[in-house]
Each structure stands twice: as C-alpha cells, then as structure tokens.
Design a protein around this ligand. Structure first.
Ligand SMILES: Cc1cc2nc3c(=O)[nH]c(=O)nc-3n(C[C@H](O)[C@H](O)[C@H](O)COP(=O)(O)OP(=O)(O)OC[C@H]3O[C@@H](n4cnc5c(N)ncnc54)[C@H](O)[C@@H]3O)c2cc1C
Length: 373
C-alpha cells in the first residue's frame, strides 16, 4: 500500500489520519466494500453522517457558518483518504465539494443560514441540474427558464438530463435562463430547489451496466422563492464556471479507481514481473497528479477559482485512470466479471472523460490560458 502522507504538513496529516481511522473501522466492520467510483455510486447516508459527526464535512467552510475553517489542502488530505478507500461518499459529495462553497461565495446571508447547517450535518443531499438534451459541453445553451412571477417568485420550466442521484436528492442546483440576452452567456441564473416542490418529476436513465444513478428531471412550472437564487440574477455563467473548477479540481478525477491500484500492488507480489515497469510508471504518474491536485488546493486557499489548473488536473487524471483500469485488466488476466473491482471500473470508465466536462472541452480551456512572456 502506498503512503499518502502530505509531506511535512502536520495539519493535513492529522486530518488524513482521522479520516483513515474512521474509514478503516467501517471497512473492518464490513460496513462497506471498497468500490471504484464510489464517490458517485456509493450512497450511504449513515457513512456521510459519521463523517459529519467528526466535523469532516465542510472542512474549509468558515467557523461562523459551522465549518472547520481549515485549508483546502486539509480537505484534499481527507478526500484522498476517502477515495483511495473506495468509501461510499455520494450522499454528501456534491454539497461538500461545490454547492456549499458556491453558496458561501455568492449566496445571500439568508441562503447560507438556511442551507449550510443541513449540508454540514449530511441531512440534505444535493444533485446538479446543469446538463440538458441540447446543452452539455455548450452549457450556456440551457433552455430551462426561470420566469419571474408578479409576486417575486421564479417559475422554472425545462428538462435536465444525466442528473446523478436526483432520485435520492433533497435539493437540486439548477442553471436556468432568467433573461433573454444577445450573448448566450448573459441572462443565466443559479437556483437551489427543493426536490419535493410540486411540478418536479424524476425518471431513471439506466447506464450501460443497467445501473441507476443518472436521471432525467423535468420542471413543469416549479415555483421557487426569490431568495433561492444563488448570487446575482444574470451572473450565473461566471458563477457556474467558478463552481466547475471546484467540481473538476478535486482528486476524484485521479483516484476514483484507486482500489484497483491497491489490488495490483498486492497481486503483483506473486505475479508476472513483466508488469513491474508499467506499475512503476503508473505510481510515478500518480505522484505527479497528487502534486498537481495539491497545487489546485493551494490556489483555492489563495481565494482563486483555478479554472485552467482544474481542467488540466481533470484531463491528465482521466487519462491516468483509463491507463490504470487497462493495466488492471491485463494484470488480472481476464477475471473481469461485474462483481470484480476491474469489472466495475471498466463499466464506469466510459464516463471518465465525459462527466464534469468532456476532454476536448478541457483542452480548449487549457489552450485559453494566458501566456505569460
Ligand atoms: C457519469 C456521468 C455523470 C454525470 N452527472 C451529471 C450531473 O450530475 N449533472 C449534470 O448536469 N450533468 C451530468 N453529466 C453530464 C455531463 O456533464 C455531460 O455529459 C458533458 O458535459 C458532455 O455533454 P454532452 O453529453 O451533451 O456531450 P456533447 O456536448 O454533445 O459533446 C459530445 C462530444 O463532442 C465533443 N465536443 C463538444 N463540444 C466541443 C467543443 N466545443 N470543442 C471540442 N469538442 C467538442 C466532445 O468530444 C464531446 O465528448 C454526467 C455525465 C456522466 C458521463
């Protein structure tokens, strides 16, 4: 097993050990099976509540809002431990990673006080309503509308697709057009909507393995109170781009298949030596990517939303994960049934370069970096 310590950073290592202890106790009690991609597929509100009890959700959020007021570097240590263990964290992941931070960055005081406590206690579950049938990579093309009613509420109408865990969520984040605009990036706004609101319907979209985590969510004149708008009306594009850097800049783009690497390292003690060099290369690439993730976390600690660095991490991390799954498939010499780690990772793999933004889109974000002479 690789040592994941964060250099000589005692504060990060303290968080890391705390998470590791919790994860180990749950794993040894048989309360979860390590699985690839469990940050999206492993839904266990009890595990999320156990993390919440130890103050391990909202690690970076300010103390005045109930967070731990710690650095993104500390949060990175925590998330690395959860991912490498293949722990079931989907119930709180979206809130902790991006919706909580988005509410903290842009939400009104009323919205923060209303939503953050339940996120911190893992009592609310968030899903992301960004993509639509005609708006994926071109997210600004969303057709869902938020029309202001005479009483100041907004009426949401439209259709979102690929909404992970919408069938289990208590709240949905929605990007909608509130105003017509010449430039499609203008006139968009962000909302947080209760999934119990009248007019919302959720239907499953099974994935290629027949599993249900995606959904279609239809909004048929759903009334949303005005205070549930996040930030400024019409400023949604700028805000969602920032939010996507939180979505893309985490270690899940590198470590969602990590249980496979543990298995390879264990198996290879007895296996064919011809894989040694390839395994060495994979471990070295992982070290570089962890460094990059650390840099993204440090940029966030400086108050930035590091759009390009996050895109770079996602692009390189996705390539690393694909190569890791491929290596694991070859090392395991054919035992890739749906109950094996390799089989599960193979079925998750087609989504790696698409979810959170397609690889080509990451390339164009990276290409637009300012060139400093
Ligand atoms: C596992 C998984 C989970 C997901 N969960 C969610 C979720 O919870 N919420 C949510 O809102 N969405 C979710 N999505 C949707 C995801 O964000 C979109 O699939 C993604 O943004 C791509 O959009 P699209 O599928 O419409 O593909 P398209 O935009 O149609 O793109 C298809 C292909 O065309 C190419 N392409 C498109 N535009 C460009 C361009 N400008 N330059 C170069 N090439 C281009 C790319 O190669 C791309 O792969 C999820 C997707 C997956 C796979």
């Amino acid at each position: 097993m690789l040592d994941f310590a964060t250099g000589r950073d005692d504060a990060a290592n303290e968080v890391r050990l705390r998470v590791r202890e919790l994860v180990e106790s749950w794993k040894s009690a048989g309360r979860f099976e390590p699985r690839p991609d469990n940050w999206m597929r492993g839904f266990d509100p009890e595990f999320s509540a156990a993390l919440a009890e130890q103050g391990l959700i909202g690690l970076t959020w300010p103390v005045e809002y109930g967070g731990a007021g710690r650095r993104n570097v500390d949060r990175l240590a925590a998330t690395e431990e959860l991912l490498r263990a293949g722990a079931p964290v989907a119930a709180h992941w979206m809130a902790d990673r991006q919706i909580g931070p988005a509410v903290l960055r842009h939400g009104s005081e009323e919205l923060r006080r209303e939503l953050l406590p339940d996120m911190l206690a893992a009592k609310s579950v968030y899903c992301l309503g960004m993509s639509e049938p005609e708006a994926g990579s071109d997210l600004a093309a969303v057709r869902t509308t938020g029309r202001e009613a005479p009483d100041g509420t907004f009426v949401i109408r439209g259709r979102k697709v690929w909404t992970t865990n919408a069938h289990r969520a208590s709240h949905i984040y929605v990007l909608a057009r509130t105003d017509p605009a010449e430039r499609k990036h203008d006139g968009l706004s962000e909302f947080i909507i209760d999934m119990t609101s009248p007019g919302i319907s959720v239907s499953p979209i099974p994935d290629l393995a027949g599993q249900h985590h995606f959904n279609e969510v239809v909004f048929d004149d759903v009334v949303v109170p005005a205070h549930r708008i996040v930030g400024r009306r019409g400023n949604g594009w700028k805000q969602v781009v920032e939010q996507l850097s939180f979505e893309r800049g985490g270690p899940e783009r590198v470590l969602s298949s990590y249980p496979l690497l543990d298995q390879i390292l264990a198996d290879n003690k007895t296996a064919d030596e011809s894989f040694d060099e390839e395994i060495g290369r994979i471990v070295a690439r992982l070290a570089v990517l962890r460094r990059l993730a650390n840099r993204v976390a440090r940029r966030m600690d400086e108050g930035a939303a590091p759009v390009q660095e996050a895109a770079t991490l996602k692009l390189l991390g996705n390539g690393f994960e694909q190569d890791l799954v491929d290596l694991a498939r070859r090392v395991s010499a054919g035992s890739v049934g749906p109950d094996t780690l390799v089989g599960q990772a193979l079925m998750a793999m087609p989504g790696f370069t698409i979810r959170g933004g397609a690889a080509d889109v990451m390339l164009s974000l990276i290409a637009r970096q300012e060139v400093v002479a």
